[in-house]
Design a protein around this ligand. Structure first.
Ligand code: NAD
Length: 479
Protein backbone atom coordinates (compact mmCIF):
# COMPACT_ATOMS: atom_id res chain seq x y z
CA UNK A 1 0.00 0.00 0.00
CA UNK A 2 0.98 3.67 -0.41
CA UNK A 3 2.46 5.35 2.64
CA UNK A 4 2.79 8.83 1.18
CA UNK A 5 0.08 11.50 1.05
CA UNK A 6 -2.77 11.88 -1.43
CA UNK A 7 -3.11 15.46 -2.67
CA UNK A 8 -5.16 16.32 -5.75
CA UNK A 9 -5.05 12.72 -6.98
CA UNK A 10 -1.24 12.53 -6.75
CA UNK A 11 0.73 10.57 -4.17
CA UNK A 12 3.43 12.77 -2.70
CA UNK A 13 6.13 12.53 -0.03
CA UNK A 14 5.79 16.22 0.87
CA UNK A 15 8.83 18.07 2.13
CA UNK A 16 10.77 14.93 3.03
CA UNK A 17 10.59 14.95 6.82
CA UNK A 18 8.85 11.87 8.22
CA UNK A 19 7.49 10.25 11.39
CA UNK A 20 7.10 6.55 12.27
CA UNK A 21 4.02 4.49 12.97
CA UNK A 22 4.40 1.44 15.26
CA UNK A 23 2.93 -2.01 15.62
CA UNK A 24 1.73 -1.66 19.23
CA UNK A 25 1.83 -5.44 19.79
CA UNK A 26 5.59 -5.57 19.21
CA UNK A 27 6.80 -1.97 19.48
CA UNK A 28 8.32 -2.26 15.99
CA UNK A 29 8.17 0.50 13.38
CA UNK A 30 5.84 -0.49 10.52
CA UNK A 31 6.32 2.51 8.24
CA UNK A 32 7.63 6.07 7.98
CA UNK A 33 5.15 8.68 6.80
CA UNK A 34 5.43 12.25 5.56
CA UNK A 35 5.08 14.92 8.20
CA UNK A 36 2.92 17.39 6.27
CA UNK A 37 3.92 21.04 6.40
CA UNK A 38 1.67 24.08 6.16
CA UNK A 39 2.47 24.19 2.41
CA UNK A 40 1.32 20.56 2.00
CA UNK A 41 -1.92 21.35 3.84
CA UNK A 42 -2.41 24.40 1.63
CA UNK A 43 -1.90 22.29 -1.51
CA UNK A 44 -4.44 19.73 -0.26
CA UNK A 45 -7.03 22.39 0.55
CA UNK A 46 -6.54 24.05 -2.86
CA UNK A 47 -6.95 20.70 -4.61
CA UNK A 48 -10.15 20.06 -2.63
CA UNK A 49 -11.47 23.53 -3.52
CA UNK A 50 -10.84 22.93 -7.24
CA UNK A 51 -12.53 19.50 -7.06
CA UNK A 52 -15.54 21.02 -5.28
CA UNK A 53 -16.24 23.24 -8.30
CA UNK A 54 -15.37 20.62 -10.92
CA UNK A 55 -17.97 19.12 -13.25
CA UNK A 56 -16.67 15.63 -12.35
CA UNK A 57 -17.74 16.12 -8.71
CA UNK A 58 -19.70 19.36 -8.28
CA UNK A 59 -21.71 18.55 -11.41
CA UNK A 60 -22.43 14.95 -10.48
CA UNK A 61 -26.17 14.27 -10.25
CA UNK A 62 -27.40 12.75 -6.98
CA UNK A 63 -28.08 9.30 -8.43
CA UNK A 64 -24.53 9.12 -9.80
CA UNK A 65 -23.04 10.22 -6.48
CA UNK A 66 -25.09 7.56 -4.70
CA UNK A 67 -23.84 4.89 -7.12
CA UNK A 68 -20.25 6.01 -6.53
CA UNK A 69 -20.60 5.66 -2.76
CA UNK A 70 -22.14 2.22 -3.22
CA UNK A 71 -19.15 1.28 -5.40
CA UNK A 72 -16.82 2.44 -2.62
CA UNK A 73 -18.72 0.25 -0.13
CA UNK A 74 -18.50 -2.78 -2.42
CA UNK A 75 -14.77 -2.30 -2.97
CA UNK A 76 -14.19 -1.94 0.77
CA UNK A 77 -16.12 -5.15 1.31
CA UNK A 78 -13.91 -6.95 -1.21
CA UNK A 79 -10.90 -5.73 0.80
CA UNK A 80 -12.49 -6.15 4.23
CA UNK A 81 -10.02 -8.76 5.50
CA UNK A 82 -7.04 -6.73 4.37
CA UNK A 83 -8.43 -3.54 5.98
CA UNK A 84 -9.14 -5.36 9.24
CA UNK A 85 -5.61 -6.78 9.40
CA UNK A 86 -4.14 -3.37 8.64
CA UNK A 87 -6.22 -1.74 11.38
CA UNK A 88 -5.11 -4.38 13.86
CA UNK A 89 -1.48 -4.08 12.82
CA UNK A 90 -1.40 -0.30 13.25
CA UNK A 91 -3.90 0.23 16.09
CA UNK A 92 -3.72 -3.02 18.06
CA UNK A 93 -7.42 -3.91 18.32
CA UNK A 94 -8.06 -7.67 18.13
CA UNK A 95 -9.19 -8.99 14.74
CA UNK A 96 -12.55 -9.81 16.35
CA UNK A 97 -13.00 -6.04 16.78
CA UNK A 98 -11.52 -4.83 13.50
CA UNK A 99 -13.08 -7.56 11.31
CA UNK A 100 -16.26 -7.95 13.34
CA UNK A 101 -17.04 -4.32 14.10
CA UNK A 102 -14.83 -1.51 12.76
CA UNK A 103 -14.64 -2.46 9.09
CA UNK A 104 -18.27 -3.67 8.68
CA UNK A 105 -19.49 -0.51 10.43
CA UNK A 106 -17.47 1.64 8.01
CA UNK A 107 -18.83 -0.22 4.98
CA UNK A 108 -22.44 0.09 6.16
CA UNK A 109 -21.93 3.78 6.77
CA UNK A 110 -21.13 4.28 3.09
CA UNK A 111 -24.24 2.32 2.11
CA UNK A 112 -26.44 4.20 4.55
CA UNK A 113 -25.31 7.63 3.27
CA UNK A 114 -25.47 6.48 -0.36
CA UNK A 115 -29.17 6.00 0.41
CA UNK A 116 -29.54 9.58 1.65
CA UNK A 117 -27.97 11.22 -1.43
CA UNK A 118 -31.21 11.15 -3.43
CA UNK A 119 -33.41 12.12 -0.47
CA UNK A 120 -31.93 15.40 0.78
CA UNK A 121 -34.88 17.72 0.39
CA UNK A 122 -35.78 21.25 1.43
CA UNK A 123 -39.16 22.65 2.45
CA UNK A 124 -41.69 24.99 0.95
CA UNK A 125 -42.92 27.45 3.56
CA UNK A 126 -46.43 28.91 4.02
CA UNK A 127 -45.59 32.61 3.69
CA UNK A 128 -47.72 35.40 5.09
CA UNK A 129 -46.15 37.72 2.52
CA UNK A 130 -48.43 38.12 -0.52
CA UNK A 131 -47.51 37.14 -4.07
CA UNK A 132 -44.35 35.18 -3.32
CA UNK A 133 -43.15 31.60 -2.93
CA UNK A 134 -40.40 30.43 -0.65
CA UNK A 135 -38.45 27.22 -0.69
CA UNK A 136 -35.24 25.95 0.92
CA UNK A 137 -32.48 23.85 -0.57
CA UNK A 138 -29.61 22.17 1.27
CA UNK A 139 -26.23 22.96 -0.26
CA UNK A 140 -22.80 21.47 0.48
CA UNK A 141 -20.39 23.62 2.47
CA UNK A 142 -17.22 23.24 0.38
CA UNK A 143 -13.90 21.93 1.71
CA UNK A 144 -14.26 20.08 5.01
CA UNK A 145 -11.30 19.25 7.25
CA UNK A 146 -11.69 15.87 8.96
CA UNK A 147 -9.38 15.30 11.94
CA UNK A 148 -9.51 11.84 13.51
CA UNK A 149 -8.20 10.04 16.62
CA UNK A 150 -6.31 6.77 16.91
CA UNK A 151 -8.78 4.52 18.69
CA UNK A 152 -10.99 3.53 15.73
CA UNK A 153 -9.15 5.21 12.86
CA UNK A 154 -11.09 3.81 9.90
CA UNK A 155 -14.56 3.69 11.40
CA UNK A 156 -14.51 7.17 12.93
CA UNK A 157 -13.15 8.63 9.71
CA UNK A 158 -16.02 7.11 7.73
CA UNK A 159 -18.58 8.55 10.19
CA UNK A 160 -17.40 11.92 8.84
CA UNK A 161 -16.39 11.05 5.29
CA UNK A 162 -19.55 9.26 4.15
CA UNK A 163 -21.99 12.09 5.01
CA UNK A 164 -19.50 14.76 3.86
CA UNK A 165 -19.35 13.18 0.40
CA UNK A 166 -23.03 12.21 0.28
CA UNK A 167 -23.85 15.92 0.60
CA UNK A 168 -21.38 16.91 -2.15
CA UNK A 169 -18.46 18.34 -0.15
CA UNK A 170 -14.78 17.64 -0.71
CA UNK A 171 -12.41 16.79 2.13
CA UNK A 172 -8.91 17.01 3.51
CA UNK A 173 -8.32 14.27 6.07
CA UNK A 174 -5.74 14.44 8.86
CA UNK A 175 -5.56 11.00 10.50
CA UNK A 176 -4.00 10.53 13.94
CA UNK A 177 -0.22 10.26 13.70
CA UNK A 178 -0.30 6.96 15.66
CA UNK A 179 -2.61 5.21 13.16
CA UNK A 180 -2.52 6.64 9.63
CA UNK A 181 -2.42 3.41 7.60
CA UNK A 182 -6.08 2.42 7.21
CA UNK A 183 -6.92 6.00 6.18
CA UNK A 184 -4.32 5.94 3.42
CA UNK A 185 -5.50 2.54 2.18
CA UNK A 186 -9.10 3.75 2.22
CA UNK A 187 -8.11 6.77 0.13
CA UNK A 188 -6.32 4.49 -2.33
CA UNK A 189 -9.38 2.24 -2.66
CA UNK A 190 -11.70 5.23 -3.11
CA UNK A 191 -9.58 6.46 -6.01
CA UNK A 192 -9.80 2.96 -7.49
CA UNK A 193 -13.60 3.07 -7.09
CA UNK A 194 -13.65 6.20 -9.27
CA UNK A 195 -13.85 9.05 -6.74
CA UNK A 196 -12.47 11.99 -8.77
CA UNK A 197 -9.03 13.43 -7.99
CA UNK A 198 -9.05 16.12 -5.29
CA UNK A 199 -12.36 15.04 -3.70
CA UNK A 200 -10.56 13.06 -0.98
CA UNK A 201 -7.13 14.31 0.12
CA UNK A 202 -5.02 12.99 2.98
CA UNK A 203 -2.27 14.86 4.84
CA UNK A 204 -0.33 12.92 7.47
CA UNK A 205 1.31 14.47 10.52
CA UNK A 206 0.74 15.49 14.11
CA UNK A 207 -0.86 18.44 15.91
CA UNK A 208 0.92 21.07 13.76
CA UNK A 209 -0.55 19.57 10.59
CA UNK A 210 -3.97 19.59 12.26
CA UNK A 211 -3.55 23.22 13.31
CA UNK A 212 -2.66 24.26 9.75
CA UNK A 213 -5.86 22.62 8.51
CA UNK A 214 -8.00 24.28 11.18
CA UNK A 215 -6.48 27.71 10.46
CA UNK A 216 -6.77 27.47 6.67
CA UNK A 217 -9.12 30.22 5.41
CA UNK A 218 -10.57 28.09 2.58
CA UNK A 219 -11.74 25.30 4.90
CA UNK A 220 -15.44 25.76 5.58
CA UNK A 221 -15.92 23.17 8.29
CA UNK A 222 -13.86 21.15 10.74
CA UNK A 223 -15.13 17.84 12.02
CA UNK A 224 -12.95 16.70 14.88
CA UNK A 225 -12.94 13.60 17.06
CA UNK A 226 -10.38 13.53 19.85
CA UNK A 227 -9.62 14.80 23.30
CA UNK A 228 -11.57 17.52 25.04
CA UNK A 229 -8.45 19.69 25.49
CA UNK A 230 -7.72 19.73 21.75
CA UNK A 231 -11.43 20.13 21.00
CA UNK A 232 -11.50 23.34 23.03
CA UNK A 233 -8.54 24.71 21.07
CA UNK A 234 -10.10 23.79 17.73
CA UNK A 235 -13.47 25.21 18.77
CA UNK A 236 -11.84 28.51 19.72
CA UNK A 237 -9.96 28.75 16.41
CA UNK A 238 -13.10 27.91 14.43
CA UNK A 239 -14.90 30.63 16.37
CA UNK A 240 -12.25 33.16 15.39
CA UNK A 241 -12.42 32.25 11.69
CA UNK A 242 -16.17 31.51 11.77
CA UNK A 243 -15.91 27.98 10.44
CA UNK A 244 -18.57 25.43 11.16
CA UNK A 245 -17.34 22.85 13.63
CA UNK A 246 -18.40 19.47 15.03
CA UNK A 247 -16.59 18.19 18.10
CA UNK A 248 -16.77 14.58 19.30
CA UNK A 249 -14.72 14.59 22.49
CA UNK A 250 -13.88 12.63 25.61
CA UNK A 251 -16.13 10.71 27.95
CA UNK A 252 -16.39 9.01 31.33
CA UNK A 253 -19.53 6.98 30.90
CA UNK A 254 -21.37 5.90 34.05
CA UNK A 255 -22.95 2.47 34.16
CA UNK A 256 -25.79 2.11 36.67
CA UNK A 257 -26.52 -1.36 38.06
CA UNK A 258 -29.70 -1.37 40.16
CA UNK A 259 -30.52 -3.83 42.96
CA UNK A 260 -32.81 -5.91 40.73
CA UNK A 261 -30.37 -6.14 37.78
CA UNK A 262 -29.41 -9.50 36.27
CA UNK A 263 -25.89 -9.38 37.68
CA UNK A 264 -24.41 -12.03 35.40
CA UNK A 265 -25.73 -10.24 32.31
CA UNK A 266 -24.52 -6.92 33.74
CA UNK A 267 -21.04 -8.33 34.38
CA UNK A 268 -20.79 -9.68 30.84
CA UNK A 269 -22.11 -6.49 29.23
CA UNK A 270 -20.00 -4.18 31.35
CA UNK A 271 -16.89 -6.26 30.83
CA UNK A 272 -17.28 -5.81 27.07
CA UNK A 273 -18.51 -2.24 27.44
CA UNK A 274 -15.57 -1.33 29.66
CA UNK A 275 -12.75 -3.22 28.01
CA UNK A 276 -13.59 -3.16 24.30
CA UNK A 277 -10.44 -2.07 22.45
CA UNK A 278 -8.63 -2.24 25.82
CA UNK A 279 -10.78 0.58 27.16
CA UNK A 280 -9.72 2.97 24.38
CA UNK A 281 -13.33 3.86 23.62
CA UNK A 282 -14.77 7.33 24.20
CA UNK A 283 -18.03 5.73 25.38
CA UNK A 284 -16.31 3.04 27.48
CA UNK A 285 -18.22 2.14 30.63
CA UNK A 286 -15.73 3.21 33.28
CA UNK A 287 -17.51 4.12 36.53
CA UNK A 288 -19.98 1.56 37.76
CA UNK A 289 -22.63 2.70 40.26
CA UNK A 290 -23.82 -0.52 41.85
CA UNK A 291 -26.57 -0.75 44.47
CA UNK A 292 -24.76 -1.25 47.79
CA UNK A 293 -26.49 -4.63 48.28
CA UNK A 294 -24.95 -5.98 45.05
CA UNK A 295 -21.63 -4.07 44.96
CA UNK A 296 -19.35 -6.83 46.25
CA UNK A 297 -20.97 -9.53 44.13
CA UNK A 298 -20.73 -7.39 40.98
CA UNK A 299 -17.17 -6.21 41.68
CA UNK A 300 -15.87 -9.73 42.39
CA UNK A 301 -17.51 -11.23 39.31
CA UNK A 302 -16.31 -8.36 37.12
CA UNK A 303 -12.76 -8.69 38.44
CA UNK A 304 -12.83 -12.49 37.96
CA UNK A 305 -13.99 -12.11 34.35
CA UNK A 306 -11.47 -9.31 33.61
CA UNK A 307 -8.63 -11.29 35.14
CA UNK A 308 -9.35 -14.27 32.92
CA UNK A 309 -9.10 -12.35 29.62
CA UNK A 310 -6.26 -13.38 27.31
CA UNK A 311 -3.90 -10.54 26.37
CA UNK A 312 -1.97 -10.81 23.13
CA UNK A 313 -1.23 -9.63 19.62
CA UNK A 314 -4.53 -8.60 18.03
CA UNK A 315 -3.60 -10.59 14.92
CA UNK A 316 -3.73 -13.80 16.98
CA UNK A 317 -7.25 -15.31 16.76
CA UNK A 318 -7.29 -16.30 20.47
CA UNK A 319 -6.60 -12.78 21.76
CA UNK A 320 -9.35 -11.15 23.86
CA UNK A 321 -7.49 -7.93 24.67
CA UNK A 322 -4.88 -6.32 22.46
CA UNK A 323 -2.20 -3.77 23.33
CA UNK A 324 -2.80 -0.08 23.92
CA UNK A 325 -1.99 2.10 20.97
CA UNK A 326 1.29 3.57 22.22
CA UNK A 327 3.88 3.59 24.99
CA UNK A 328 2.41 6.96 26.12
CA UNK A 329 -1.02 5.37 26.55
CA UNK A 330 0.48 2.58 28.69
CA UNK A 331 2.24 5.18 30.84
CA UNK A 332 -0.98 7.17 31.25
CA UNK A 333 -2.84 4.01 32.31
CA UNK A 334 -0.10 3.05 34.77
CA UNK A 335 -0.17 6.57 36.25
CA UNK A 336 -3.91 6.32 36.90
CA UNK A 337 -3.51 2.88 38.47
CA UNK A 338 -0.95 4.38 40.86
CA UNK A 339 -3.32 7.27 41.59
CA UNK A 340 -6.16 4.82 42.33
CA UNK A 341 -3.98 2.97 44.80
CA UNK A 342 -2.84 6.19 46.48
CA UNK A 343 -6.46 7.38 46.72
CA UNK A 344 -7.32 4.22 48.65
CA UNK A 345 -9.41 2.29 46.10
CA UNK A 346 -9.26 -1.48 46.48
CA UNK A 347 -7.39 -3.15 43.62
CA UNK A 348 -9.19 -6.41 42.80
CA UNK A 349 -7.28 -7.51 39.70
CA UNK A 350 -4.58 -6.35 37.28
CA UNK A 351 -2.67 -3.19 38.03
CA UNK A 352 0.50 -3.89 36.09
CA UNK A 353 2.09 -4.67 32.76
CA UNK A 354 2.40 -8.27 31.56
CA UNK A 355 5.90 -9.64 31.17
CA UNK A 356 7.31 -12.42 29.01
CA UNK A 357 6.75 -12.24 25.29
CA UNK A 358 4.35 -9.29 25.67
CA UNK A 359 6.87 -7.04 27.38
CA UNK A 360 8.06 -5.42 24.12
CA UNK A 361 4.51 -4.40 23.14
CA UNK A 362 2.33 -1.67 24.63
CA UNK A 363 0.27 -3.88 26.96
CA UNK A 364 -1.44 -3.21 30.26
CA UNK A 365 -3.43 -5.70 32.33
CA UNK A 366 -7.18 -5.17 32.69
CA UNK A 367 -7.57 -3.56 36.10
CA UNK A 368 -10.60 -3.39 38.39
CA UNK A 369 -10.87 -1.17 41.47
CA UNK A 370 -13.72 -1.56 43.96
CA UNK A 371 -14.97 0.73 46.73
CA UNK A 372 -14.10 3.75 44.59
CA UNK A 373 -15.20 7.17 45.87
CA UNK A 374 -16.99 9.77 43.76
CA UNK A 375 -14.20 12.31 44.22
CA UNK A 376 -11.30 10.02 43.34
CA UNK A 377 -9.53 10.95 40.14
CA UNK A 378 -10.02 7.47 38.68
CA UNK A 379 -13.77 8.11 38.93
CA UNK A 380 -13.62 11.58 37.37
CA UNK A 381 -10.91 11.70 34.69
CA UNK A 382 -10.83 9.97 31.34
CA UNK A 383 -8.15 7.25 31.49
CA UNK A 384 -8.63 5.71 28.04
CA UNK A 385 -7.15 2.41 29.14
CA UNK A 386 -8.36 -0.85 30.74
CA UNK A 387 -9.17 0.53 34.19
CA UNK A 388 -12.65 0.04 35.70
CA UNK A 389 -13.93 1.74 38.87
CA UNK A 390 -16.76 0.10 40.84
CA UNK A 391 -18.60 2.28 43.38
CA UNK A 392 -21.47 1.43 45.74
CA UNK A 393 -24.53 3.68 46.04
CA UNK A 394 -26.94 3.53 48.93
CA UNK A 395 -29.77 5.91 48.06
CA UNK A 396 -31.42 5.52 44.63
CA UNK A 397 -32.50 9.17 44.92
CA UNK A 398 -28.85 10.23 44.82
CA UNK A 399 -28.01 8.07 41.87
CA UNK A 400 -28.76 10.47 39.02
CA UNK A 401 -26.83 13.22 40.81
CA UNK A 402 -23.79 10.97 41.12
CA UNK A 403 -23.95 9.85 37.49
CA UNK A 404 -24.35 13.45 36.30
CA UNK A 405 -21.58 14.77 38.54
CA UNK A 406 -19.04 14.75 35.72
CA UNK A 407 -17.54 17.17 33.27
CA UNK A 408 -18.46 14.71 30.51
CA UNK A 409 -21.80 13.69 29.01
CA UNK A 410 -21.14 11.38 26.09
CA UNK A 411 -22.82 8.13 27.06
CA UNK A 412 -24.30 6.12 29.92
CA UNK A 413 -25.62 2.65 30.51
CA UNK A 414 -28.34 1.32 32.81
CA UNK A 415 -28.86 -2.24 33.98
CA UNK A 416 -32.21 -3.07 35.56
CA UNK A 417 -34.94 -5.72 35.20
CA UNK A 418 -37.54 -2.98 35.79
CA UNK A 419 -37.78 -1.31 32.41
CA UNK A 420 -39.84 1.61 33.74
CA UNK A 421 -37.09 2.43 36.28
CA UNK A 422 -34.45 2.07 33.56
CA UNK A 423 -36.29 4.44 31.25
CA UNK A 424 -36.89 6.96 34.03
CA UNK A 425 -33.16 6.97 34.74
CA UNK A 426 -32.37 7.19 31.02
CA UNK A 427 -34.42 10.37 30.77
CA UNK A 428 -32.65 11.97 33.74
CA UNK A 429 -29.03 11.04 32.96
CA UNK A 430 -27.23 13.80 31.08
CA UNK A 431 -25.65 12.03 28.11
CA UNK A 432 -25.83 12.02 24.32
CA UNK A 433 -26.58 8.29 24.26
CA UNK A 434 -27.98 5.89 26.87
CA UNK A 435 -27.94 2.12 26.47
CA UNK A 436 -30.33 0.03 28.59
CA UNK A 437 -29.29 -3.54 29.42
CA UNK A 438 -26.74 -3.69 26.60
CA UNK A 439 -23.17 -2.89 25.76
CA UNK A 440 -22.51 -0.03 23.35
CA UNK A 441 -24.43 -0.33 20.10
CA UNK A 442 -23.73 1.84 17.06
CA UNK A 443 -25.66 2.20 13.84
CA UNK A 444 -25.38 4.69 11.00
CA UNK A 445 -29.07 5.49 11.53
CA UNK A 446 -28.70 6.35 15.24
CA UNK A 447 -27.51 9.88 16.09
CA UNK A 448 -24.22 9.99 17.98
CA UNK A 449 -22.53 12.75 19.96
CA UNK A 450 -21.98 14.29 23.36
CA UNK A 451 -23.28 16.89 25.77
CA UNK A 452 -21.23 19.07 28.18
CA UNK A 453 -17.45 18.70 27.61
CA UNK A 454 -18.05 15.65 25.43
CA UNK A 455 -18.73 17.74 22.38
CA UNK A 456 -20.88 19.82 20.10
CA UNK A 457 -23.02 18.43 17.30
CA UNK A 458 -24.13 14.97 16.22
CA UNK A 459 -22.86 12.42 13.74
CA UNK A 460 -24.87 9.68 11.98
CA UNK A 461 -28.49 9.65 10.89
CA UNK A 462 -30.11 12.73 9.34
CA UNK A 463 -28.16 14.86 11.84
CA UNK A 464 -24.96 14.33 9.85
CA UNK A 465 -26.69 15.50 6.67
CA UNK A 466 -27.56 18.76 8.40
CA UNK A 467 -23.99 19.00 9.75
CA UNK A 468 -22.47 19.01 6.24
CA UNK A 469 -25.02 21.25 4.49
CA UNK A 470 -26.20 24.82 4.65
CA UNK A 471 -29.80 25.87 4.13
CA UNK A 472 -30.45 28.39 1.38
CA UNK A 473 -33.77 30.26 1.13
CA UNK A 474 -35.02 31.01 -2.37
CA UNK A 475 -37.90 33.45 -2.87
CA UNK A 476 -39.85 33.84 -6.10
CA UNK A 477 -42.22 36.68 -6.90
CA UNK A 478 -45.57 35.78 -8.44
CA UNK A 479 -45.85 39.19 -10.02
P1 NAD B 1 -6.10 13.99 20.40
O1 NAD B 1 -7.03 15.10 20.71
O2 NAD B 1 -4.78 13.98 21.02
O3 NAD B 1 -5.85 13.90 18.83
C1 NAD B 1 -6.89 13.75 17.90
C2 NAD B 1 -6.45 14.26 16.54
O4 NAD B 1 -6.24 15.67 16.61
C3 NAD B 1 -5.14 13.68 16.04
O5 NAD B 1 -5.26 13.51 14.64
C4 NAD B 1 -4.13 14.77 16.38
O6 NAD B 1 -2.97 14.77 15.57
C5 NAD B 1 -4.94 16.01 16.14
N1 NAD B 1 -4.53 17.18 16.89
C6 NAD B 1 -3.87 17.22 18.08
N2 NAD B 1 -3.71 18.51 18.48
C7 NAD B 1 -4.28 19.29 17.52
C8 NAD B 1 -4.48 20.68 17.38
N3 NAD B 1 -4.05 21.54 18.30
N4 NAD B 1 -5.12 21.14 16.28
C9 NAD B 1 -5.58 20.28 15.35
N5 NAD B 1 -5.43 18.94 15.42
C10 NAD B 1 -4.80 18.44 16.50
O7 NAD B 1 -6.96 12.68 20.73
P2 NAD B 1 -6.48 11.17 20.68
O8 NAD B 1 -5.59 10.96 21.85
O9 NAD B 1 -6.03 10.81 19.30
O10 NAD B 1 -7.87 10.40 20.90
C11 NAD B 1 -8.36 10.05 22.13
C12 NAD B 1 -9.47 11.01 22.52
O11 NAD B 1 -10.51 11.00 21.54
C13 NAD B 1 -10.14 10.61 23.82
O12 NAD B 1 -10.33 11.75 24.61
C14 NAD B 1 -11.49 10.06 23.35
O13 NAD B 1 -12.51 10.11 24.31
C15 NAD B 1 -11.77 10.89 22.16
N6 NAD B 1 -12.74 10.22 21.28
C16 NAD B 1 -14.02 10.69 21.20
C17 NAD B 1 -14.96 10.05 20.38
C18 NAD B 1 -16.37 10.54 20.28
O14 NAD B 1 -17.10 10.09 19.39
N7 NAD B 1 -16.83 11.45 21.13
C19 NAD B 1 -14.57 8.93 19.66
C20 NAD B 1 -13.26 8.47 19.78
C21 NAD B 1 -12.34 9.13 20.58
Amino acid sequence: MRTDMLIGGEWTAGSGSTFPTFNPATGEVIAELPDATEADVDAAVRAAAVAFRSPEWGGLLPAARARLLLRVADLLEEHADELARLETLDQGQPLAVSAGFSVPNAIEHFRYYAGWVTKITGVSSPLSVPDADHRTVREPLGVCGLITPWNFPLMILVWKLAPALATGNTVVIKPAEQTPLSTLRLAELMAEAGVPAGVVNVVTGGPETGRALVRHPSVKKISFTGSTAVGREIGAECGRTLKKVSLELGGKAPSIITADADIDAAVQGNLLGGLLNSGQVCAAYTRFYVDGKRHDEFAEKLAGAAGSLRLGDGLHPDTHLGPLVSAEQVEQTARYVAVGREEGAELLTGGGRPGGELSAGFFHEPTVFAGVGQDMRIAREEIFGPVLAVMPYEDPEELVGLANDSEYGLAASIWSRDIATANRLARRVKAGTVWINMMQGLDAAAAWGGTKSSGIGREMGWEAITAYTEVKSIWTSHI
